[in-house]
Structure formats: C-alpha cells, structure tokens
Design a protein around this ligand. Sequence first.
Ligand SMILES: Cc1cc2nc3c(=O)[nH]c(=O)nc-3n(C[C@H](O)[C@H](O)[C@H](O)COP(=O)(O)OP(=O)(O)OC[C@H]3O[C@@H](n4cnc5c(N)ncnc54)[C@H](O)[C@@H]3O)c2cc1C
Length: 450
Amino acid sequence: MKEVNRKSAIVIGGSIGGLLAARVLADHFDRVTIVERDRLPGVGEQRRGVPQGRHTHGLLASGAAAMERLLPGLRGELLDAGAVPGDIVNQGLWFHAGGFLRQVPSELNGLLQSRPLLEGIIRQRVLALDRVHVLEECEAAGLMAGCGGRRVTGLRLKDGRALEADLVVNATGRGSHGADWLEELGYGQPGVERLEVALAYTTRLFRRCGELSGNIAAIVPPTPSGKRGGVMLAQEGGRWTVTLISHFVPAAPMDLEGFRGFARLLPSPCIHEAIRTAEPAGEAQSARFPASVRLRYERLKRFPEGYLVFGDAICSFNPIYGQGMSVAALEAVALDHALGAPDVAAAFFREAARIVDIPWSIAAGNDLRMPEAAGARPASVRWINWYIEKLHRAAHRDAELSLAFHRVGNLLAPPPSLMHPRLLWRVLRENVMGRRSGCAVPLDRQYQRT
Ligand SMILES: Cc1cc2nc3c(=O)[nH]c(=O)nc-3n(C[C@H](O)[C@H](O)[C@H](O)COP(=O)(O)OP(=O)(O)OC[C@H]3O[C@@H](n4cnc5c(N)ncnc54)[C@H](O)[C@@H]3O)c2cc1C
C-alpha cells in the first residue's frame, strides 16, 4: 500500500484486536468505522462473537504496558472496575518441572480480570473517541477493489450494502475469511503454519475466600506425561476463574465433582486443594482449540493497497501461554509506526511477523514436547526444551532465573536472554550443587509457607 488517503478507515471486528487497531487509526484517519457482527453488550458481559471470553484470560506484562500506552489510564479504570492487581511472580504459583518457581518481588505488576471486563473497558475508551464509529450487528462479506484489483476500496456487507474506505483492517479473528477474500481479488493465499495441539478447556468460576494462601494465581501447565493442566486466576467480583486444560486427552468434565476429580490429576495439588471446598459460582463452560495457526502474509509477493490483516487473523496461538491479546496490543503499536512508512502493508506485516516470531517460537517449541504434536523437532528445539527444563529446576530456588524466565514469558525479554553465560552458569550450578544439597521442603508445597 504505497499511498494512503487518510480520510476513512474501516476495521472489521470489534474485539480486542479491532478496538486497539481503531484506537491507532483514529490518530491517522478522519473517520474510523468498526464493523462488528455482534450487538455490543455492556461492560463485563459476554457476547457470541468471542466465545473464548468465558474462559480464563491472562494478560502479559508487555501487553498491559502496550495497552496503557495506547489508552493512558486504562489500568486505573480496570482497577476501579474491580480488576485484581498483584506481582505475578511474587504472588503467582508457577509449577514447572516438579516444583514452584521461586517467588520473588518483581516489576511484573499484573492485572487480573475477566475477558469481558477488559474488552468492555477498552471498548468504552475507544468508542468515546470522536473519530471512531461502530456499526453493530453488521457482517462483512468481502472486499471491494479498484484499479484492476490493485487497491482495496471498501467492504461488501452481508446485507448487500457497500462501505467505501481508504484502508480496511481485517481483525475478524481466528475464523477470518481474510485469506479467501484476498484470493477472490486474484492474489495468492498466504502460507499457513499449523501445529495441532488438540486442546480442550473447561472453565468454572468459584467464590474467592482465602484460597492459595494469599496468592492471586496458580499456573500448572500440562506435562508430556500427564497432559493435564490448570490455570486459576483471581478476578473481579471476588471470583476465581479456574480453567482445566487437556492436551491430547479427554476434556475435564463439566459437572462439579468430575471437574474437581480432574483437578486432582494435575502435576501439582494446589488447584485441587483450592477448589475442593470452594463454593462454585455458575455453570461450567467448555471450548476446544485444535491447532495454533499462523498465516505468513509478510511473505506474499503481491498484496493489494488499502488492506491489512490484524491480531488473531494473522496468528492464533495455543491459548495456554496467554499471548493473543498482548500480541494484538503490540501489533497496534507497530501499526502506528507503519502508517508513517511509504509502503504501509509491507512495513506492518514485516513488523507484525517480528512480533509474532517470539511468542510463536515459545508456544510451538514448548508444544513440541508433547509426543502427539506433529512437527519437525530439530536438534535446536530439543536442546532448548532440555535446557528450559533444567532452568525451571534451578529456578525453584534461584530468584534471578525465576525472574529471567518470567520476563521472557511476558514478552519483555527475548528467549536467547535465557542463554546468557551468567544464567547458564546458575542453571548448571543449581542442577549440580543444588541437587546435592537437597531441599528441605517438598517443592510442590513451598507456597504454603508464604
Ligand atoms: C479458549 C481461548 C482462550 C484464550 N486465552 C487467552 C489468554 O489467556 N490471554 C490472551 O492474551 N489471549 C487469549 N486468547 C486469545 C484472545 O482471545 C485473542 O487473541 C484476542 O481476542 C484478540 O483477538 P482478535 O481481536 O484478533 O479476534 P477475536 O477476539 O476472535 O475477535 C474477532 C471479532 O470479529 C468479529 N467478526 C468475525 N467475523 C466478522 C465479520 N465477517 N464481520 C464483522 N465482524 C466479524 C467477531 O464477532 C469478533 O468480535 C484465548 C483464545 C481462546 C480461543
């Protein structure tokens, strides 16, 4: 997209990705129209187009910082609405390699809330901008193009209407038809990378009543042998949201007893102990996530002017790493920069690919530990997974390693930072010397000392 007339932009999809894109576009275009299939509900209410909203949504520190940069004061508004603040290292129980990572004060000040609360507050802020308008209950059906298909000129709606725009941003999520629409205009489809993860989520809310010994989160990822994991986060309204995860094994049952029974099978008992007697709030919800999918728009040789793809429509990650919303926020910052470039699409897709590379490598690399996950496992991936396991073991006691791991997981530092010679030495020392000296408290119980 070489030249952009900056009069009007359309964003298809009014979820977190689309809203953050609209926020940025409002600095560059006179009018920004969000086209959303759903009727938009009040703050904190679920809606059909975002079924994942019923499941636990963690926000990484990098994503929270990018959102705050785009919408100053957002953190304060979320706190006012009941979001739970806390140091996610010092007040989070992260169970890896048979024990909890060392809890230590950090700069990773998390904010825990339900997905509808976060989306609702962002929506309020973005729709309050003078230049942003929304068309609710309005479904996009395809692109309109001019100049012999070289430029996208607007959108066809399902109801037969047409909307013209100088830029169309497709933020329609994982189920996006963006690649087909591109093909209809005579362009090639982007290459697709897909990693089957056969994930199932079952989520329940419980009333919060002092469980987890004052901690605000417990994260117990599935292991290659057990294939069952869980995430338990505090959220507004005095609730815990508890998601039980299965990887290549049957999903956690929806009924309360079955749900608790599944929690007992996790590598750490902490979530089971917390929900064993906790009072449930509402019914269980389930979701399936067959595969992580990445579309390589940045590799297309030809791409029309006046069109971009955004958020989950570019890459939808295995959700257990909690990356999607943060990547969308980082892409919004990248969009702001790209809109100043001579070729907006090339600049945006290049930067979006750079943003996606790291979380994709973290998620895909780790998922390949599962023997059932089909995909090449070069020596580098096997070595990294071996090393991370050793690092986790060492981080049960070593505060610096624990912090370094959390910074990478929060996309605040690149994965190679974990290979710094100082950290390599600490991993080695702790795995050799630490084992010899033994550990007085069973590692899966340590949090109870806090
Ligand atoms: C089970 C699950 C759990 C997750 N957990 C986390 C987590 O813990 N942390 C995290 O950061 N991320 C998580 N994610 C990912 C996160 O939900 C997304 O990354 C985030 O919503 C941003 O996506 P998006 O805005 O690009 O697309 P979506 O959120 O999928 O939104 C797409 C929007 O487009 C609209 N739409 C679709 N088609 C059309 C059309 N033709 N016309 C008009 N509107 C249309 C939809 O109604 C919807 O509003 C999870 C995802 C899943 C599936």
